[in-house]
Design a protein around this ligand. Structure first.
Ligand code: HEC
Ligand code: HEC
Length: 211
């Protein structure tokens, strides 16, 4: 400190005082997240991923992204392609990358299934299945499937149907050990457990085109 010219010290202090007004902390984090996400875009792209088995991350709930990256890193959630990607991330990397992806506006998805499939999906999405105690998906994921950032309820609209189906299958598969994977996993696992494969397929196809 003593060796630095006083003008430099004053300048550094000024930058510290002024910069919060010029660039918000969030913008700084998003910029840094963008740089750190270069490796991720190889599979996830920026807006849309390059393979329907790999999820789109754009506009996803920040909290949900953070939770999933921690789960991959600590081994609670496993995937041969994805797990190694999370291993080298620090807590700060995870926060910044998650804020970055959340800041990217998602594209609308397209429906590719037939009308009767999409109608079944829509009816469960909006009204649930009363006699089996399946709640309406809309109550947590919202009318446009955008989820709720604050609670970590993910955006599920405009997502690849193939990925969504796989995600629903996984919740169902881990029903017996659902509590080990956290409160939110357990919520979704108890719901998937009550759905048939045909219903999960219909929901996935409907959600891909929801916006
Ligand atoms: C080699 C391809 C590949 C790369 C590179 C990759 N991922 Fe993934 N990622 C996947 C696959 C595949 C899945 C789906 C895993 C599953 O089905 O459980 C996934 C899932 C995810 C999810 C969960 C999304 C959800 O909706 O639940 C997040 C978050 C994620 N990746 C973030 C990242 C980040 C951040 C990076 C860069 C540090 C990254 N990924 C790099 C392939 C990749
Ligand atoms: C009570 C609230 C609630 C309801 C109702 C609900 N969900 Fe979810 N959903 C969640 C939560 C919370 C998660 C995140 C789970 C986690 O963190 O592991 C989630 C995750 C998902 C995912 C995974 C998204 C991804 O990117 O991997 C899909 C797909 C999904 N829900 C579909 C549905 C469908 C279809 C229905 C209706 C049959 C439904 N949800 C009803 C709360 C809910």
């Amino acid at each position: 400190m003593q060796n630095k010219p006083i003008s430099k010290v004053i300048f550094a202090c000024l930058v510290l005082v002024i910069s919060p007004n010029l660039v918000s902390a969030d913008e700084t984090a998003i910029k840094s997240g963008e740089k750190k996400s270069v490796a991720c875009t190889a599979c996830h792209g920026v807006v849309n991923s390059n393979n329907p088995e790999w999820p789109n991350l754009s506009q996803q709930s920040t909290r949900y992204l953070i939770e999933q990256l921690h789960a991959f890193r600590d081994g609670t959630r496993k995937n041969a392609l994805m797990s190694p990607q999370a291993m080298g991330l620090s807590d700060i990397d995870i926060i910044e990358i998650s804020k970055y992806y959340n800041s990217i506006p998602a594209k609308r998805g397209k429906i590719s299934a037939s009308d009767n499939v999409v109608e079944l999906g829509q009816s469960i999405y909006r009204g649930g299945i009363e006699d089996r105690g399946v709640p309406a998906c809309i109550s947590c994921h919202g009318p446009k499937g955008l989820g709720i950032d604050r609670t970590g309820y993910p955006k599920i609209s405009g997502q690849h149907a193939k990925y969504l189906y796989h995600a629903l299958e996984e919740y169902k598969e881990y029903y017996d050990t659902r509590d080990k994977r956290g409160k939110n996993f357990a919520i979704m696992s108890s719901i998937s457990f009550k759905l048939s494969n045909k219903e999960m397929k219909a929901l996935s196809e409907y959600l891909q085109g929801l916006y």
